[in-house]
Design a protein around this ligand. Structure first.
Ligand code: UDP
Length: 244
């Protein structure tokens, strides 16, 4: 599919039009940022890891009945996607205490969540620093309507029901992660969009507890590229055997 005009450039991805108005191309970059853009860097090979991992997981989820924007891989860092209008909510699903949740509820990182998962909705707005919202904020300001928020929560739980056991099968603990959803420009269906990658997930090695995700970059832990390569190796090994 021929790439047309650039429509959007974010911190980690670029979206292009195609000759088909219902389809876009999503290109994954090696650029890395953290803390709302305050920390910048490059993670060699990250674009390829994130693109191939997202493709594999979207394929797995489609197979389990969760509709996504993914159409096909075009190269190791480009995928063809259905054109969507993104709902401006970052949906964080938490299976274990980490990061900002540890501070919010005063519990140690790594603790299990008794009746999890916790689902949090953040306003996707860089200028505001992506603040946490509750449903009243979302509905009162028309950020999304009630049926859409209900549908997003239902789909987030369905995704979690697929991804937790999948990652467990490759020796990774899916601690928490962020999802985005969009409405297809053609047909209006709510689709899982964006990416699912070590940039957007906390993945801890189940045996050692070692962090295998972007926290290695955020917290200057070293071994960032190696961790991303280890994760993609495990995911593609298992996703390949699921697909066949
Ligand atoms: N996350 C993300 N993008 C964001 C914010 C969060 O992908 O803009 C992911 C992050 O990688 C983690 C989860 O969502 O897996 C929860 O992030 P949290 O807000 O706890 O991050 P912290 O504030 O601790 O950096």
């Amino acid at each position: 599919m021929r790439r047309g005009a650039q429509l959007y450039e974010g911190k980690a991805k670029v979206v292009f039009a195609t000759p088909d108005p219902g389809l876009y191309v999503q290109l994954f970059k090696d650029d890395a940022t953290a803390f709302n853009g305050l920390k910048k860097g490059t993670i060699a090979g990250k674009g390829s890891v994130n693109c191939r991992m997202s493709a594999a997981l979207f394929g797995l989820l489609e197979g389990a009945g969760v509709r996504t924007h993914f159409v096909e891989l075009l190269s190791d860092r480009e995928m063809l996607i259905r054109a969507v209008r993104i709902v401006p909510l970052e949906v964080v699903i938490r299976n274990r205490v980490a990061g900002s949740l540890a501070k919010r509820v005063g519990r140690p990182e790594g603790e299990a969540i008794p009746r999890g998962p916790v689902i949090e909705l953040y306003y996707k707005d860089d200028a505001l620093g992506d603040p946490l919202l509750n449903r009243s904020h979302i509905e009162a300001f028309g950020i999304a309507d009630t049926p859409t928020v209900d549908e997003i929560e239902g789909k987030a739980r369905a995704v979690n029901g697929v991804l937790v056991p999948f990652f467990r099968s490759v020796g990774l603990d899916l601690v928490d992660y962020k999802l985005e959803f969009g409405r297809a420009l053609e047909g209006g269906e709510l689709l899982l969009a964006d990416e699912i990658s070590p940039d957007t997930c906390r993945l801890w090695d189940a045996a050692s507890g070692e962090r295998m995700d972007k926290d290695r970059f955020r917290r200057d832990l070293g071994g960032v590229e190696e961790a991303y390569q280890e994760v993609i190796g495990r995911v593609l090994g298992a996703a390949g055997s699921v697909a066949s």
